[in-house]
Design a protein around this ligand. Sequence first.
Ligand code: ZN
Ligand code: ZN
Length: 369
Amino acid sequence: MRITSNRLVCLALCLCLLAVSGAAQQRNPLPVPDIQGYKTLKCDFHMHTVFSDGEVWPTTRVNEAWRQGLDAIAITDHAGYNPNKADVPPDLTRPHALASALAARLGILLAPAVEVMKGDTHFNVLFVSNQNAFMGLDLPDALREGRKQNGFIFWNHPGWKQPAAWFPDVAALYNEKLMDGVELVNGTSYYPQAFPWIEEKNLTILSNTDVHAPAPASWENGSRTVTLVFARTPDLEGIREALFARRTAAWMGGEVWGNEAQLRGLWDGAVAVETPELKFGPNLRQLTLRVRNNSSLRFQLRLTKAPAWLTAGAVELRPEGGAGISVRLNKDAPAGTQSVELEFEAANLHVAPNRNLSVRLPLKVVVAQ
Ligand SMILES: [Zn+2]
Ligand SMILES: [Zn+2]
C-alpha cells in the first residue's frame, strides 16, 4: 500500500509538472488578412516599463505581445521621467537591449523608441539610435533630435485631459515638419476631433495601448488596441516604410478607422459567401444567406441597397465566425435567375469622419414558378 501511494504521489507530481510545462504561454493567432500585396502586421508602438513609470520588466512586454498575437512593438519609456530611479538605472537604452533577445527568439519585431514630452503634450519617436540623447531636451529640441536620428514621430493621446484640438504648440511643431502621425486611439480612448487631421494634414494613423500596468487578461482574447500596418516586408524596415507612406489603420474595441481602399482590402480578405445561390419557390419566400468571417475583425452590416423586390436583415459577423443574413422576396420578385448585389454599410469600419465603409455581397437569386 505504501509503495502504491508513493507511486500515486509520484504520478501526481509528474502530472503537475506536465501541466506546468503545458501551461507555457500560447499565442492567439489573431488572424487579419493581408491586403493589396502588403503583409498586415499587428503592432503596438506605445508602452511603458519600470524604466519610466510602467510596472513591468521589458521582457514582459515581449511575452504579452507574443501571446496576444502582435507582430511588432515599441517600448517607449519617458525620457526624463523615471520615478523608479532609486531602483532602476535611468538608462533608456536598456529596455530595448533587455527585450531584444527574447523578441528575436519569439519573432516579435522591436522598434527602438522613446517618449518625449512637455507638460501634457507628448510625442513618441520610433526607430531611434540612442534614447539617452533625448534626456534633458525640451520638446522641440527632442523632436529635432528625433529627425536627426531618422525617427518616425507621432503625437500621443491628443485628447488626454481635454478634447483634442490643434493646439498652438503642436501646430508649431507640425509646421516645422516634426510630426509624421497622430494617435487616433490611445488605450480605449478614440479622439474624433483628430480623425479629420489624417487627410487634412497628411498624418499617419496610430492606435496604441500606452500600457503601464501588466496587460489585462481580456487582451488575451483579441481585445487589445492595435495599429494595423500594411508593410511591403514583415520587418522593421518594412514597418518604417509603411508608417511614412501612411499605410496603417486603427483597431480598437471592434472598430476600425482607416483608408477606404485598405479597409475594403480587409473586408475582401476576411469575408466569404458560403451560399452564393439561393433557390426560392412559390411558397418559399425567405432564405438565409450564409456568410463566413475568417478574421479577428468584426463587421456590423446594415443593408443600404438591394433590388426593390428583396429585403435583407442587419447582421453582425463576429470574429472567426459565421452568420446568416435573412433574405426575403416580395411578390414582385421576377421568376428565373437574377444575379444581384446586396450593398451594406459596415457600421464599425470608418473611412472618413461620418462615413463608413460600403461593402457588397454578390448573390444569385433563383425564383421557381
Ligand atoms: Zn504620454
Ligand atoms: Zn506613454
